[in-house]
Design a protein around this ligand. Sequence first.
Ligand code: 3PG
Ligand code: MG
Length: 433
Amino acid sequence: MAQNSNYETVDGEFDSLEDRSFLTIDDYDLSGQTVLLRIDINSSINPENGELLDDTRIKRHSATVKELSDKGARVTILAHQSRPGKLDFVSLEKHGERMSQIINKKIKFIKDLYGKKAIEGMKNLRNGEIILLNNVRFDEEEIELNKFTNDNFDMQKNSQLVKKLSPHASYFVNDAFAASHRCQPSLVGFAENMPALAGRVMQRELDFLGKAISSGPTPRIAVLGGSKAADSVAIAENFLNKGVHNILTGGVVANIFLFASGVDIGKPSTEFIKKQIPEHKNVIKLAKKLLTKYEGKIQFPTDVVLNVEGKRSGTNITNPPQNNSLFDIGIDTLVNYISIIKTAGTIIANGPMGVFEDSEFATGTNEVFRAISESNGMTVVGGGETAMAFNQMGLANGIRHVSTGGGACISFMSGETMPALEAMRRSKKLFSK
Ligand code: 3PG
Ligand code: MG
């Protein structure tokens, strides 16, 4: 699995974060300071033997851990793995071993979260030393105290975890972008007790996703596909509001816009939308609104590929597909999309162009993703499955930033208020001089 450094780890050079509403680890001298570092190393695990199946997130966060340690900070790591009831809901021991190999430094795993062993571990830290505490979701409060009221984080701040660990730390570093749509004690509770600083993974996510949406080189375009059409239409709205110039659609997302513009997409694809997207009426309504408000900015296929007994059959969109499903974008659409991608200054991609899991219908997705990875523009890939697809196709090398976030990335792209980011913004107001 050949990867470039941008994907596997965080490279050493950082522009200062354009969004000044967050503090970063550059804003304080952390040498000799005890730092609580929240990372997201939630990873695929083989439930049979507990072995890690993927270490992408561990590699990415390694950079922040190493940098803090190199700077002489006393580092206490907090993280989660899975959720109660799942087979991969295990401790973080293996994660710690892997990270220790990557950074070539000792990381002591402590099988405790805020009891005597954890506190002793924190108190005994010397400059540059690192400890990793137990899976934060082994604590009931981490699971239960998840309400976000928009006005305060008191519930999370008053959790045992936050109350017991806060007195022993001077700074909270939040690097867990991929969990920042969650409102749990380990993500939002510390920010009111001490300065909350963005770690390198967090900084890079905020920087690249922020630029891709609002301030990167123009023209800025987005490629939205896949079957999570409700999310994608919400993302399209936020992108267009923020000035993204052009949106290229594929998959079910394209079908929604085709349908909204009055095109007959045939019975099976219409049924799919009605059955699979519970909120389809509102989604179609929003799609119609966007088509009128942002006339000419949303591109959808002029020709498509139908699944006719498992084989590709191209047709112009003006010929209704009758009883076959739309499985890919057509060749004219592909040529048009590639020419738009070639001239784009910034490209953000989420979701495939068709049913790419079936190689018969993968052409549109393969070629569009290839064009994105060959672009000279600033390229960003968001969402867990899209990141995995670029990775499996061997195209992640050509992407400037592949997000670590799944749900968090979708939430960010939709412009939602994200509790952990909100907590960091408030912390800056509370603590910056
Ligand atoms: C993720 O993998 O999406 C994050 O680690 C968040 O995990 P969660 O969806 O279980 O909250
Ligand atoms: Mg998730």
